[in-house]
Design a protein around this ligand. Structure first.
Ligand code: SAH
Length: 215
């Protein structure tokens, strides 16, 4: 346990503080959530490496830096209602919950959705994160509007359906591009429409479903 904690603090120092992650609340949440619990036991020793790791079904837990950058760019505040599309291992959802958000997480692979729900419950986060299995590319209209939306898979184009579920002044962080590479884009819902800024180049697994990549 001690060694995981020191690996986690080293990760925060070298991979996050050493780059442009400066939001102390995000740094503190990243220093708290035990990432090793979101990967298989076999990969626990690599949990704090600067890379995405396989979680089965061809999917990955996102690189710590991408999770931190997403949370920082989404400017999460305590009490925000947040939609997490492509919940995968549940790690991003756990960091959002640690930041005080009320999280609705959607994952389309049933086994991953079940496992994420179990991991989050084992960490006592079940009251703050609701995991649903389904197509998150069309959002979660029953729980909209959201203060923020985080998308953990690459979208082929601007996700209009998700944008519609943002509150005015809400923020969405989403990788947009083709299968081989994307830009992490930060979209704010202004009173007149979307205001978009590009953050960093990135490579996420593809978003599937109605608004995702086909085939
Ligand atoms: N933030 C997650 C990332 C997981 S990878 C983590 O760190 O664990 C992205 C996930 O998005 C995969 O599990 C994939 O199954 C899921 N996904 C892809 N398209 C989806 C869709 N349309 N609806 C819900 N989940 C989707």
């Amino acid at each position: 346990m001690g060694s995981f904690q020191s690996a986690r603090h080293r990760m925060v120092r070298r991979q996050l503080r050493g780059r442009e992650i400066s939001d102390e609340r995000v740094l503190s949440a990243m220093a708290t959530v035990p990432r090793e619990r979101f990967v298989s036991e076999r990969l626990a020793d690599q949990a704090y490496d600067d890379v995405p790791l396989p979680i089965g079904f061809g999917q990955t837990i996102s690189q710590p830096y991408m999770v931190a950058l997403t949370c920082q760019a989404a400017r999460i505040r305590r009490g925000d209602r947040v939609l997490d599309v492509g919940c995968g291992s549940g790690y991003q959802a756990a960091v959002l919950a640690e930041l005080g958000a009320e999280v609705y997480a959607v994952e389309c692979i049933p086994e991953l959705a079940d496992r994420a729900a179990q991991t989050l419950a084992a960490l006592g986060l079940e009251d703050r994160v609701t995991v649903q299995c389904g197509d998150g590319s069309v959002g979660h209209p029953e729980h909209a509007p959201f203060d923020a939306i985080t998308v953990g898979a690459a979208a082929p184009r601007f996700p209009a359906a998700l944008f519609e579920q943002l509150r005015v002044h809400g923020r969405m962080v989403v990788p947009i591009g083709d299968r081989s590479g994307q830009w992490l884009e930060v979209v704010t819902r202004g009173p007149e429409g979307p205001v978009t800024s590009r953050s960093v180049p990135c490579r996420f697994v593809p978003l599937v479903g109605a608004e995702g990549f086909q085939g």
